[in-house]
Ligand binder design. Structure first.
Ligand code: AMP
Ligand code: GLY
Length: 430
């Protein structure tokens, strides 16, 4: 089978690595790809992956039997719909099913109708009305740009003053571009976060293990939010009945509601969850693998990822095995100093060859320079993923390997997965 994978991050490196292990794999193409995916497939530059017609033309040129769409923006642009219309199998939701991610207000109305627990919220198109509303709340809230904004369109506020400033920046200052023309204002939830992931072909659901991202830039969950600084799986603090409630009352309810709305969901549904003292509540829905969640989930997948993606695309998920290794994985993101603010790039990366054989280094923002050296090329540079019998063991193993990789200005959090086994009752009263 020839496969075209869209995307260029650490997530796509992990996906390419697992797809390439499949005995079904013919040739893999990745657009645009990166220094990591290029170890498994041929990179194609110069194609705009958010332009459906360009993706179809590329898929036809490379004779792709399957297109795997990993990032959010080509999904929101309707790439899957146009591929399907052209008779090319695609892994990922249609634009209508993907609305659960690209419009927070649609996600909220779906949750309301389906009885899925989430923070109370209101959507506003008028900044004056939004500001009036937050002053009326008299407490902490969260201001979210309605559209996609690289995970950076969310401001968690302690008071109305901060919220008013965030509304002003989004709606009048254009901080998130067109995505901020409408804002959603939510009740602020307290608790611990976890990422649920499931494969679905529109009918059958196969849940993945749970994982936990660390979004803030600094140790102790301080500093600005990033795309994710590290991740672990599974969370020991997540009690079995709560995990089951998330699977049935969130993921399955959402998939059922989408199907009932005539928008059957094919691909990966990833609800972001806050486990509160009132039970699990949805923070947001994503319609794709998380990044860096994919980097710790895919090493645990025992089954054939290509077989699964192909089965999802063809509505045959019930016929293929989806099994997971009972191990723990921890991923530590190494970033350019200054990220998520300004940083410099082009610094040579040393030591990747010195990591242990059972450790994966997934490349996010790095490339080969003219001399063929691997150099930094982005904010999040690479994710070092180790396994172990427990999260604590995997964590020690990950950091032992992180210390072998060097580049100028390298920055990473030192507390990834440090609280993975701390009981929820302690954590939620911080
Ligand atoms: P999102 O892009 O919606 O996942 O939001 C990014 C991050 O902001 C989440 O991972 C949470 O840490 C935080 N966040 C979003 N919504 C809320 C909320 N209602 N209450 C507390 N924190 C939130
Ligand atoms: N891990 C955050 C995201 O992929 O949205």
């Amino acid at each position: 089978m020839n496969v075209l994978l869209l995307g260029s991050g650490g997530r796509e490196h992990a996906i390419a690595w697992r797809l390439a292990q499949s005995p079904l794999m013919g040739k893999l193409w990745v657009a645009p790809g990166n220094a990591g995916t290029s170890m498994f497939g041929e990179s194609v530059e110069g194609v705009r992956i958010t332009e459906p017609a360009e993706v179809v033309a590329l898929a036809e040129r490379v004779k792709a039997d399957l297109v795997v769409v990993a990032p959010d923006d080509p999904l929101a642009a309707g790439v899957v719909d146009v591929l399907t219309a052209a008779g090319i199998a695609a892994f990922g939701p249609t634009k209508a099913a993907d609305e659960i991610e690209w419009s927070k207000s649609y996600a909220k109305s779906l949750m309301r109708d389906a009885g899925i627990a989430t923070a109370t919220s209101e959507a506003f198109d008028d900044p004056d009305r939004a500001i009036e509303y937050v002053w009326g709340l008299r407490g902490p809230c969260v201001v979210k740009a309605d559209g996609l904004s690289l995970g950076k369109g969310v401001t968690v506020c302690d008071n109305a003053e901060q919220a008013a400033a965030a509304i002003d920046a989004a709606m009048r200052g254009g901080a998130f571009g067109a995505a901020g023309a409408r804002v959603v204002i939510e009740e602020r939830m307290y608790g611990r976060e976890t990422s649920a992931h499931a494969f679905s072909d529109g009918v059958t659901v196969r849940h993945m293990p749970f994982s936990c991202d660390h979004k803030p830039a600094l140790d102790g969950d301080r500093g600005p939010n990033t795309g994710g600084m590290g991740v672990y799986s599974p969370p020991g603090w997540l009690e079995a009945p709560v995990a089951e409630a998330i699977r049935t009352q969130v993921t399955e309810r959402a998939l059922d509601a989408l199907r009932a709305a005539g928008r059957p969901f094919k691909g990966v549904l990833y609800p972001g969850i806050m486990v509160t003292t009132d039970g699990p509540k949805v923070v947001e829905f994503n319609a794709r693998f998380g990044d860096p969640e994919a980097e710790v989930l895919l090493p645990r997948l025992r089954s054939d990822l290509l077989e699964i993606c192909d089965a999802v695309a063809h509505g045959r998920l019930a016929d293929v095995p989806v099994e997971w290794d009972d191990v723990a994985t921890v991923g530590v993101m190494m970033a350019s100093g200054g990220y998520p603010g300004t940083y410099t790039t082009g610094h040579p990366i040393e030591g990747i060859g010195d990591v242990d054989d059972d450790v994966q280094v997934f490349i996010a923002g790095a490339k080969h320079d003219r001399q063929g050296r691997l150099v930094t090329a982005g904010g999040r540079v690479l994710c070092v993923v180790a396994r172990g019998a427990t999260v604590a063991e995997a964590r020690a193993h990950a950091y032992d390997n992180v210390h072998r990789i060097k580049f100028e200005g390298a920055y990473y959090r030192t507390d990834i997965a440090a609280r993975a086994d701390e009981p929820l009752s302690i954590a939620s009263h911080r």
